[in-house]
Ligand binder design. Structure first.
Ligand SMILES: [Zn+2]
Length: 237
């Protein structure tokens, strides 16, 4: 079977494989899970996989804990093997949306050997919105419930509604640290955008409204996926 025929056949398998990039605080997790639900594809967040493994104290968890807890990148070979396994699971058979992968061009190249990626979704959010959002975030010291002093206030200031324990601000969510995280994100993402720009569509979706409901952004992304014919095939005709 020649290459073109094979590619066509792969498309007929109705897979949609996407990557999402967005700065911290862009709401990436929310959009990823909503898109996955709409498109009936798996949402794969390597960060969540690692955090889960650490929580369950597995061999992999113990191995990656030092990098995850210090906020450093987990080495490529470990991330790649975790992803490869996850992509092969039955839940990914209709495709996937990757959140937090690839972080390096090396990881992107490894991914190319595992799957055909249809498009990159790139969320663009102004810095002031991100700072405003993240710096208002408060977390329960006991149960981990997340609040926001703008739109998800606890009933009593500084106290968790669910368990009554004190709320705190993550070190990561302080404005000076956020600015640094954004710089790191840009530095990591730029080479990846360059890598994909020559290969597949990059769908840029801007979000300039601080309290815009997630549906609006999800609809914008869906619109772009349709426009580029990426999701036509998996929708009922
Ligand atoms: Zn709590």
């Amino acid at each position: 079977m020649d290459k073109i025929l094979r590619e066509r056949r792969e498309r007929k398998s109705l897979k949609t494989n996407l990557i999402i990039f967005g700065p911290p605080g862009a709401g990436k997790g929310t959009y990823t899970s909503r898109l996955a639900a709409i498109l009936k594809i798996a949402s794969i967040a390597t960060g969540d996989i690692f955090r889960n493994e650490i929580k369950r104290n597995t061999i992999l968890g113990k191995k990656v804990a030092p990098w995850v807890s210090s906020g450093e990148l987990v080495p490529d070979d470990i991330v790649v093997s975790v992803l490869e396994k996850r992509i092969k699971e039955p839940s990914s058979k209709k495709g996937f949306i990757l959140d937090g992968y690839p972080r390096t061009v090396q990881q992107a190249k490894a991914l190319d050997t595992m799957a055909r990626i249809d498009a990159v979704i790139r969320l663009i959010v102004p810095e002031w919105i991100i700072i405003e959002r993240l710096s208002n975030r408060r977390i329960c010291s006991k149960c981990g419930a997340i609040y926001n002093l703008r739109h998800l206030k606890p009933r009593i200031e500084g106290v968790c509604d669910k368990c009554g324990c004190p709320l705190y601000q993550r070190e990561d969510d302080k404005p000076e640290v956020i600015k640094e995280r954004l710089k790191v994100y840009e530095r990591q993402t730029q080479p990846l955008i360059e890598y994909y720009r020559r290969k597949i569509p990059i769908l840029e979706v801007e979000n300039k409204q601080i309290d815009a409901p997630p549906e609006i952004t999800v609809e914008k992304i869906m619109g772009k996926l349709r426009k580029t014919n990426i999701i036509k095939s998996i929708e009922p005709q």
